[in-house]
Write a protein of this length. Structure first.
Length: 555
């Protein structure tokens, strides 16, 4: 036989044994179990026997039937520990397993009850709110109500102080011990992966706190969001294997979930030995109230810690960006007969793009380099430091672009994991002749926009840098005449996407560059940026954007 522990909207909690094969619950006088609740349907739900198990079904009620927080669609099996909610009434299933005739159990101590009570914590809080809104009748009831209100306000004030998580947990246990007088207590907190850890514990002198633990109880309370009152551990099969608990003399337990509107954060559980403290339903109701306040404070502490961590990361990103900006040219060189323009916009505070513009060989050559390392954010930005440091020497040594890329590839491969690499476009411009010798290491094609409007694509001449130890790189050659512009860029521009996930693309970039070829370089850069913004229509840019341009001016 199983029993129902019922907390109605009106009146005191009571129990109802299920002795018949079918039990209809509702507000109609013809129902087998009548509950005074005007929001119940006349015949709301039915519990019935099917062989050696019991099931519940909704009878087409207006407000539905909830089993462990889930709406009932069709007959659902019920077992001890399940919680049913119909309108404002909360019904806990009491018994020792789903069998009609349970296996014999040791007789419990006469000073304890003969069952374990599970009640929906949210339902209990709703009932308390409903009770608070009703007019309090009688001097004694008014006194008890005032005492509970004062206690809740006191705990609110105590836990409202600004403190770290560890300090807050200790204060929660301190208040719980003050008002519920257990021998042992513990707070379990849930991680993002759903696992639970004992975050804080407390016990009276001489009580072994290490013996106090029950995985099944933790799962029951945190997964179903129910409060539990165990009158006698020896009579509850959930503790049958917990010999360390039984041998310690612990008999009575009360537990409540740390529940707020976003879910369960964990649980508080208290215990006491036989003959020292037997917890009551009033204790369980009070613990549920205290746990609700504690959950609110814990959530606030978590939000404050997240905000502090976010501020810390933002400071680190800002510092990383400042350091990274020191690697980028502070001023572009001045080359008679040429205009230069460059810029970098990171997508995540720091950038995985890198560019360099510098003169060498007595100003007879101008090196223009754009790199894009794999990945994004901080990890990618760290790799740009390596790219800058490793390329500095071969560039200064006056090596041609294909040899610079080959040496850079060997060094980068030997110093980074296999999945880390970079694409790069390295061009050596001879200002006097306008000759451009370049190596495109797996990068986007460079563009030479002629004064006539024609566009030349400078495609790949080698693989990405650092992809394999002995990459092969070749050189290509082009030239700049009067009015011609060399444009280097990263794929953060061409792969920017609109709300329909269509990419901006190379063709559109070419059209914009050709259409605005007579604008000065800052104007051309602004035209590209404006066209990008028009295209993406508010969508965030997922990747860094870098642009390096040089134009041979008309004589």
């Amino acid at each position: 036989m199983i029993k129902l522990h019922i907390v109605p909207v009106q009146g005191e909690p009571f129990e109802h044994p299920i002795e018949e094969d079918s039990l209809v619950l509702g507000r109609a006088s013809s129902a087998d179990l009548v509950l005074e609740d005007r929001f119940l349907s006349r015949n709301h739900s039915r519990i019935f026997r099917d062989g050696d198990r019991y099931l519940i079904e909704d009878l087409g009620s207006r407000n539905g039937t909830l089993l462990n927080g889930q709406r009932v669609h069709g007959p659902q099996p019920i077992v001890p520990g399940d919680v049913i909610k119909i309108s404002g009434s909360v019904i806990s299933i009491v018994g020792s397993g789903g069998a009609v005739t349970p296996a014999p159990r040791p007789e419990p101590s006469s000073s304890f009850g003969d069952h374990t009570i599970f009640r929906s914590a949210s339902g209990m809080l709703e009932s308390q709110i409903a009770a608070d809104s009703q007019q309090i009748q009688g001097e004694e009831a008014l006194r008890r109500y005032a005492e509970r209100l004062n206690l809740v306000n006191e705990v609110h004030r105590a836990l409202g102080q600004s403190m770290e998580l560890e300090e807050l947990l200790e204060l929660i246990l301190e208040r719980v011990f003050d008002h519920l007088r257990p021998e042992q207590g513990a707070i379990y907190l849930k991680h993002d992966d759903g696992d639970l850890d004992r975050a804080a514990s407390r016990s009276l002198p001489g009580v072994d706190a290490e013996t106090f633990y029950s995985r099944s109880l933790v799962r029951e309370v945190t997964e179903k969001g129910v409060a539990a009152l165990v009158f006698d551990i020896e009579s509850d099969e959930r503790f049958a294997a917990a010999q360390s608990i039984l041998s310690s003399g612990v008999r009575s337990l009360v537990a409540a979930p740390l529940l707020d509107d976003k879910g369960t954060l964990g649980m508080i559980v208290l215990s006491s030995r036989a003959g020292v403290r037997q917890f009551s339903e009033g204790d369980m109701e009070l613990l549920v109230s205290l746990a609700s306040i504690a959950a609110l404070r814990l959530r606030n502490v978590a939000l404050l810690e997240e905000a502090a961590e976010r501020r810390r990361l933002e400071k680190e990103l800002a510092l990383g960006r400042q350091i990274q900006e020191t690697l980028l040219p502070e001023h572009l060189p001045e080359i008679p007969g040429y205009a230069l323009h460059a810029g970098n916009i990171p997508s995540r505070g720091v950038s995985g793009d890198y560019y360099q513009v510098l003169l060498r060989d007595g100003d007879r050559e101008c090196v223009l380099m754009v790199g894009d390392v794999s990945g994004k954010g901080i990890a990618a930005s760290l790799l740009t430091f390596s790219l800058e440091a490793l390329s500095a020497v071969p560039i200064e040594d006056g090596l041609p672009p294909e040899e610079i890329c080959a040496r850079l590839s060997r060094l980068l491969f030997s110093r980074t994991p296999p999945e880390k690499y970079a694409t790069a476009f390295l061009a050596i411009l001879e200002p006097e002749t306008g000759t451009v010798r370049y190596t495109n290491a797996g990068h986007n094609p460079g563009l030479v926009v002629r004064a006539s409007g024609e566009v030349e694509h400078l495609g790949p001449t080698g693989m990405p840098i650092g992809l394999i130890p002995d990459g092969v790189f070749e050189a290509g050659e082009s030239s700049l005449g009067a009015g011609d512009t060399l444009i280097l860029y990263t794929d953060g521009i061409t792969e920017a996407a609109d709300p329909d996930e269509e990419e901006y693309g190379l063709e559109r970039l070419v059209r914009v560059c050709a259409r605005h070829r007579d604008a000065d370089l800052p104007g051309l850069s602004a035209a590209i940026a404006n066209d990008l913004d028009d295209f993406v229509r508010g969508e965030p840019f997922p990747d860094d954007r870098t642009l390096v341009m040089t134009r041979r001016l008309a004589e």
